[in-house]
Design a protein around this ligand. Sequence first.
Ligand SMILES: CC(C)(COP(=O)(O)OP(=O)(O)OC[C@H]1O[C@@H](n2cnc3c(N)ncnc32)[C@H](O)[C@@H]1OP(=O)(O)O)[C@@H](O)C(=O)NCCC(=O)NCCS
Length: 214
Amino acid sequence: MRKPIIMDANNIVVRYANAEHAIYAEHICQLIYESALQRGTGIAKRSPEYVAEKINGGKAVVALDGDKLVGFSYIESWSHGDFVATSGLIVDPEYRQMGLAGRIKKKTFELARERFPYAKLFSITTSLPVMKLNTALGYVPVTLTELTQDEEFWKGCEGCKNYDILQRNNRTRCLCTGMLFDPKATPIDPDIEVPSMSKWQNRLRKMLHLKSNK
Ligand SMILES: CC(C)(COP(=O)(O)OP(=O)(O)OC[C@H]1O[C@@H](n2cnc3c(N)ncnc32)[C@H](O)[C@@H]1OP(=O)(O)O)[C@@H](O)C(=O)NCCC(=O)NCCS
């Protein structure tokens, strides 16, 4: 008989990912794929190479129970750094309902604010827990027209089973709710410090109209 697994949220570390966590890329894709099948919802497919690239580029957050990966999410910039999406949020089914997604969301939010302090942050989701967590961070629901118009971002939806709905509506609406955090419209959490180096990098990038490395 299988022993019941006893999880203690205090043992789980939620941290910025670095190159040593790239070994989890395959497992992360598997978790994302299996949960999409179970929920019967659409999902943008990610390859292990793509996930590893996010991890190696310092754009991801992992949750670890010892050396077991139990949660993940990453950030990605669009429209020359004007927008940043938080994506790919997943918690291992055995570790759900213990506040882990909340901790991962907060960490990806901090990462996005540190690296792209002037960007609007957004997410598209059909998930109620994610809507609740975004709302707690200051996101508001918007139509998809308020989000990045970067073609590359919307290409990510092509693998979703609801893609025809998005196309039929000229990309203005779909089953996902768009949620947006506008740093100009939202008071900043004083606990989250934006390094001045990031501010200057962002200003320079915008002045020179450089494409940010996604
Ligand atoms: C969605 C998901 C990340 C939530 O992870 P989690 O660690 O269980 O979430 P948390 O424990 O941090 O809970 C966050 C909030 O959502 C609520 N919640 C969690 N699961 C829920 C559910 N199935 N139905 C409704 N509310 C739920 C919690 O009560 C909590 O709300 P509160 O802050 O008001 O108490 C997890 O279920 C998952 O990995 N699902 C599959 C992948 C997915 O849907 N990703 C999102 C794609 S956009």
